[in-house]
Ligand binder design. Structure first.
Ligand SMILES: *[C@@H]1O[C@H](CO)[C@@H](O)[C@H](O)[C@H]1NC(C)=O
Ligand SMILES: CC(=O)N[C@H]1CO[C@H](CO)[C@@H](O)[C@@H]1O
Length: 498
């Protein structure tokens, strides 16, 4: 009896399983010639319109981390990709330390602006400035300072983490700290340098701290020679903002040859961020949606990072969360960010630079982009990744082959580039970069589609076959010292698991 009853059930089960299998098998294997015709300006601009609407929901009209505009953007991506049933979707929550405010310095009645640092207490300090020996990373560096009461410590950038420098100065009795040296090029408070307060409490208390550029170093050292009184005024609001990376990976495809695509979903505060960087995230999203009509040989993982505008915390956090085995499973990483600039260019990340030790395999990735652009009659030029300014940094420093495309941002277009691509010489590629004017009206849809197709071509190509992309062998390391990642340990923002 029971075995008779069992039979039809087994039959039904196996029929159902077969159906599921054959449905998957019915999807044609992806190829560039099948995927590219599915991409068009209309779908891209409809994503741009959605993201713009989300930005308009934030009081500050942006999609900065923690805002309503950003949260809505993440739900949109999750929902669209979830509806396909084609992806395993996961997310990572983490906290980013953000500080907003001002810091200034007064030497002999002359005022200079400086950088705030996350977790610095606010305060006005007026005291004799004393230069600390070395980098202030060792308690013995503070002998001179300890001879006086309530001074301001002058410390050179480097040697150890900011947090340690400030806490040691605090422990030695300083009432304030000035750190001088290579501060970030972009004097934008949102790119302010950060301190790691929580980890340094055992060393000493934090005191108000200001970061100033190298060029004030000599003036300050002279003041310190005579133990002159200087004033610092630090007013910062510190907070933790929880935010999220969204990760969507094809259910099918080899999981040990992962083709990863990264873009970011956040903007700088005050900018709707349509070129920077809906153009990247929107292109990745649209390709992911269209890809679901096909099958793949290699797994494709779409990474929608948050916190890029906070020194790429999202991608760093993501990479730090992976074990060595999972890192080995990446075949390569494609970065897409800013691909719809009005005064546009067609840049491809340089994977063969003699100047920079880019992970092996990056040249082959570059080739795929270059050949694609060539095939549609567009001349592409290499762009250096000398000082990583995007989410690819985490992959580059993990020796994973990287590549990407870019239409140009805040740097000016040269005469020569105008000869190649047209446009305005001497004008930035995107004059609305990081501005409230980074809107739909100020992007070029044709440029966006052309770049999106290049990305689609690379994804179709690599999700079929990555055998042409060599990787470093396990244990082999790049000479990363040569990479100009300026003060990255010091600048590394704090992230903690939410
Ligand atoms: C986009 O690509 C096509 C060729 O596929 C080209 O004719 C067109 O000029 C490109 N658009 C821009 C603005 O570069
Ligand atoms: C900070 C910022 O500009 N955001 C990113 C948007 O895209 C560009 C191009 O890749 C990156 O340079 C930026 O870091």
């Amino acid at each position: 009896m029971s075995s008779l009853l069992l039979l039809p059930r087994l039959l039904i089960l196996s029929l159902l399983t077969n159906l599921a299998f054959s449905q998957q098998a019915q999807q044609p294997l992806v190829s560039s010639s099948l995927l590219l015709p599915t991409l068009n300006q209309q779908s891209l601009s409809s994503h741009a319109i959605s993201f713009s609407t989300f930005a308009s929901q934030s009081p500050s009209k942006d999609r900065a981390i923690g805002t309503e505009g950003h949260k809505l953007s993440l739900s949109y991506i999750r929902q669209k990709l979830g509806d396909t049933g084609y992806y395993d979707i996961s997310e990572q929550n983490f906290n980013i330390a953000v500080s907003r405010g001002t810091a200034s310095l007064d030497i002999g009645g002359k005022k200079y602006d400086g950088f705030t640092m996350t977790h610095s207490p606010s305060g006005k300090v007026s005291a004799a400035v004393v230069a600390v020996a070395g980098y202030g990373c060792d308690p013995t560096n503070y002998r001179e300072l300890e001879k006086m009461e309530g001074t301001i410590a002058l410390i050179k950038l480097g040697g150890c983490q900011f947090g340690e420098q400030v806490a040691r100065a605090g422990a030695a009795g300083a009432k304030g700290v000035i750190i001088y040296g290579g501060m970030p090029i972009n004097k934008d408070q949102e790119r302010a340098i950060t301190l790691t307060l929580a980890e340094r409490k055992e060393i000493g208390p934090y005191v108000p701290v200001i970061g100033v550029d190298e060029k004030y170093g000599a003036k300050l050292l002279a003041a310190a020679k005579d133990k002159k009184i200087v004033n610092i005024d630090v007013q910062v609001k510190n907070q933790w903002i929880m935010t999220t990376n969204v990760i969507a990976e094809t259910k099918g495809g080899a999981k040990d040859k992962v083709v990863a695509i990264g873009s970011h979903t956040d903007t700088v505060p005050g900018s709707p961020g349509i070129n920077d960087n809906v153009s990247g995230a929107g292109a990745a999203l649209e390709i992911a949606l269209q890809l679901s009509k096909f099958s793949v040989n290699n797994a494709v993982r779409f990474l929608f990072f948050s916190g890029e505008e906070n020194e790429m915390v999202g991608s760093d956090y993501y990479m730090a969360s992976l074990d060595e085995k999972s890192r080995q499973n990446f075949a390569l990483y494609l970065n897409v960010d800013i691909i719809a600039s009005k005064n546009h260019g067609y840049f491809v990340y340089d994977g063969s630079s003699k100047k920079v030790p880019v992970p092996p395999g990056s040249r082959q990735v570059q080739d795929v982009f270059d050949k694609y652009f060539q095939s549609v009659g567009i001349k592409s030029l290499p762009i250096y990744t000398e000082e990583p300014r995007g989410d690819y940094k985490a992959f580059m420093t993990s020796n994973i082959p990287i590549g990407g495309i870019h239409s140009g941002a805040d740097f000016p277009k040269s005469e020569e580039q105008v000869k190649i691509w047209g446009g305005q010489a001497g004008e930035p590629f995107d004059k609305n970069y990081h501005q409230p004017g980074d809107t739909i009206e100020n992007i070029d849809l044709s440029v966006w589609l052309n770049h999106t197709k290049a990305l689609g071509h690379a994804i179709a190509t690599f999700s079929r076959d990555v055998s042409g992309v060599p990787k470093l062998k396990e244990g082999q390391k790049l000479p990363l010292r040569k990479l100009k990642i300026r003060g990255v340990e010091n600048r590394h923002p704090q992230f903690v698991k939410a």
